[in-house]
Every structure is written in C-alpha cells, then in structure tokens.
Design a protein around this ligand. Structure first.
Ligand SMILES: *Cc1c(COP(=O)(O)O)cnc(C)c1O
Ligand SMILES: [Zn+2]
Length: 407
C-alpha cells in the first residue's frame, strides 16, 4: 500500500497511518486528516486500466488505502454511467455529461465510502461499525456491513426520509433515531463509538471514506476518454464528496496520468449554505438551516476545510440554489435526461442550470454534473412537486374523452 501518513488539515501535524486513527490529537474533532501517499509507489498506467476487465471501483485499488490482502465487500460499487446530453451540444455548444451515482448498490454515491470504510473496519479488527447520517451514509453502511457480516449502529436525525429508514431496517442495522438535528446525531455517534469501541465510518471524521469517494473522479476521467473535464458540479453537505473529487484528480496529476484539474463548482441550498458563506467571507459561521434536500441539510459541515481547499485550489466556486430551483430540477432533470435523482442528487443540476442561465458555461466547455443519489430515496418530495392525476370513471366513453382531452 502506498499510504505513508495522515496530515491534519488544520495544524499540519502528521501521523503514521492506522486503520483506527481518525482525527488530529491536538485539534480534536476539527483536525480532519488527509491521507498521504508516496505516489512513486503507485504503479498504475492507462494501459493497465484499458486492460483491466474489473468494472468497479476496485480497478483503482493501487490508489486506495487498503492492504493488498484485505477482503472487500462483494457488492458492485462504482463504474456508474456517464451520460452525454447531446441536446446541450446543439443549443449551447457545450459538452454536458451526467454521472449517475444513484446507480450504486444502495442507490447513492455514499457506497464508494462504505466500500472502503467496512474494509478498514475489518483491518482494524472491529466487530461493529457506527455512523451518523442524514440517511444515505447510514443506509449505505448498513448494506455494506450486512454484506460482510459486521454489526452496525446508526444514528439518524428524526427528519430522514422513509425510504432511507426502510433500508436501515431491512439491512438489520441497529438504528438510533435521535430526536434532534444531524449535527447532534453526529456528535453523539462519535462519543458513543469511542466509549463502546465501534469502528467509526462518519465520512467527515474517518479520513478513509473520502478516499473511497475519490474514485468517482477517476471514473469521470476514464469514461470521458481519459480526459479531465473543465468543470464538475457537485452538491455540498459535509463536503466529503467535494474533497474526494479534488483528491481523485489530484492523484491522477501526481501519478502523471494527466496534467490538469477541473474547476470544482460546489452547490449548496440557499437556506443552508455555510460553505458558500465561508468561501465568500473567509469566516465560517455555523448555520441551523433547512432545505428540501435533506442529504445536504448540514449546518456545520465537518469536512469544510478539505472541501474549501478543493474549491480554492481547483479555482472553482461555491454557489447556492433556492429550494424552488431544487424542486424544479427534481422534475426537469428526469424529463430531460431520464435520470431520476433525490433532492440533494439534483442540486448540482440546479446549480448547473443557474450558471447556464447566467451565461457562465462557455462554448466548447466539458461539464460534468454529478448526480449523487437516486430519486426513489425520497418519493414524497418527488410527488410533492408533480400534479397527481385524478381518477376517472371506468367506462370507455368517459376515459376516451378524457384521454382525447390530454392528447
Ligand atoms: C451525502 C450526500 C451529499 C453530500 O455529500 P457530502 O460529502 O456530505 O458533501 C449529496 N447528495 C447526496 C445524495 C448525498 O447522499
Ligand atoms: Zn491538528
């Protein structure tokens, strides 16, 4: 394994790599670590990838922080579709690509982190694994833990959508519904995991999870014909996916497979936008905001330092979209592309549409919009933005007249 250390994002202190090392000793919970690699030890070429028949995130195993012999979950993660949207080529002269990560085994991008997280738990010799989540990290962890026979303890806030709770229950995770916000559920999960000796898969806390998420960047590059796009739009909650996208492209530069980075454009909900505010003002202020996009309703983004590094160093930006725009995207994106996303899953699309309308997408640009979660995760939100048909009496004449009126 090419991992050589872990570095605090706050004070810069370095630590030797260990499966159960989560944060900096000095900085505590704010001292999120970044996994460091000796890139000269990574042997991975374009020819290796072209030859490799493994169509999953494990094709990038030399770039992942796992010992070569560590067993991994049999669930198929990654190598999700990257769709071209030719209509934008015609109307705007831009190449728009949609990466559908709702196609992972538990239907969100979180599966990339869970795949690595449960493997690290096995390396650490843990009997149980725990996480706090707004829903998707939890349902994902529950599925992956089930696939390898680990016990799971999940701390969820009360407002998680039903489908996500259903996943927890069917996978058999021990579920603790905390009668408060995600931020409180997170704090409790960290402390209780420490006291009871559970392995902790909170993504913004366990540095290995971002390493799993970075595989989405490798796939974007590879599926786009080994080319780095100009921009990647991604929704931001805790900021781990954003950090992962940066890390993935950064790795590719370090091992010489490309020489450029895309601009990473983070998208937040206007009513819960602490990263946007911190990027604009230089000052982080916790928020208690709420949004229809439950997966990004995060007032205290735990991985903000890493995410802000990603946005700054990639010369990207952070923008926000109203809940009205997210609701529009909930129906407009499926109607234009056939891809159905949950509210946080289409938030990047809403951000892309905002920039498109503002003329911020140049001709000839290649833009990737990352869809982070499947629409079936939150059908209540989806139905609430559509008009449900009213029943008609079942006789031929009435139904025919009704259909003729609609046709
Ligand atoms: C978790 C999640 C996000 C946000 O990811 P962060 O790493 O917390 O920024 C966005 N969309 C979906 C569907 C998610 O599950
Ligand atoms: Zn530190």
């Amino acid at each position: 394994m090419a991992v050589v250390g872990m570095k605090c994002m706050k004070c810069g202190k370095e630590f030797p790599p260990a499966a159960d090392r989560y944060v900096c000793d000095t900085c505590g919970i704010d001292g999120i670590l970044d996994v460091l690699y000796d890139y000269s030890r990574v042997k991975l070429t374009r020819a290796d990838l072209e030859r490799n028949p493994d169509r999953s995130l494990w094709r990038y195993r030399p770039l992942l922080p796992l010992a070569p012999t560590t067993p991994v979950s049999p669930l198929h993660v990654g190598w999700t579709p990257l769709y071209h949207l030719p209509r934008y080529e015609k109307s705007h002269g831009a190449h728009i690509l949609l990466k559908d990560d709702g196609r992972n085994p538990t239907a969100s991008l979180k599966d990339r982190a869970s795949a690595v997280g449960v493997a690290k738990a096995v390396e650490a010799g843990a009997k149980a694994i725990a996480a706090a989540s707004t829903g998707n990290a939890a349902s994902s962890l529950a599925g992956f833990a089930a696939s390898i026979g680990l016990r799971t303890f999940i701390f969820v806030p009360k407002r998680a959508p039903k489908a996500k709770i259903a996943q927890l229950l069917v996978y058999g995770a021990t579920t603790i519904v905390v009668d408060d916000t995600y931020d409180r559920a997170f704090e409790l999960s960290v402390e209780i995991s420490r006291r009871l000796g559970f392995y902790n898969r909170n993504c913004a806390y366990n540095p290995y999870c971002v390493e799993g998420k970075k595989t989405v960047a490798y796939e974007i590059w590879e599926q786009n014909g080994f080319q780095v796009p100009d921009k990647v739009y991604v929704s931001i909650g805790d900021g781990c996916i954003t950090s992962g996208i940066y890390k993935g492209f950064y790795d590719l530069v370090q091992i010489g497979l490309t020489n450029r980075m895309p601009r990473i454009i983070g998208v937040q909900a206007a009513t819960c936008n602490p990263v946007e505010v911190a990027l604009r003002t230089g000052v982080f202020t916790p928020q208690s905001g709420n949004t229809i996009a439950d997966s990004i309703a995060v007032g205290i983004p735990r991985n903000r330092l890493k995410a802000m590094r990603a946005l700054r160093e990639s010369k990207g930006d952070c923008i926000s979209v109203t809940d009205e725009a997210i609701k529009r995207a909930l129906v407009e994106m499926p109607r234009q592309t056939g891809v159905f996303g949950e509210p946080a899953g289409v938030t990047a699309w809403a951000g892309f549409q905002k920039d498109l309308a503002a003329g911020a997408i140049a001709k000839g640009e290649t833009v990737v919009v990352l869809i982070t979660g499947n629409g079936l995760k939150d059908i209540e939100s989806a139905i609430s933005v559509c008009t449900s048909p009213t029943p008609v009496p079942p006789d031929l004449a009435t139904v025919e007249a009704h259909v003729r009126q609609l046709a």
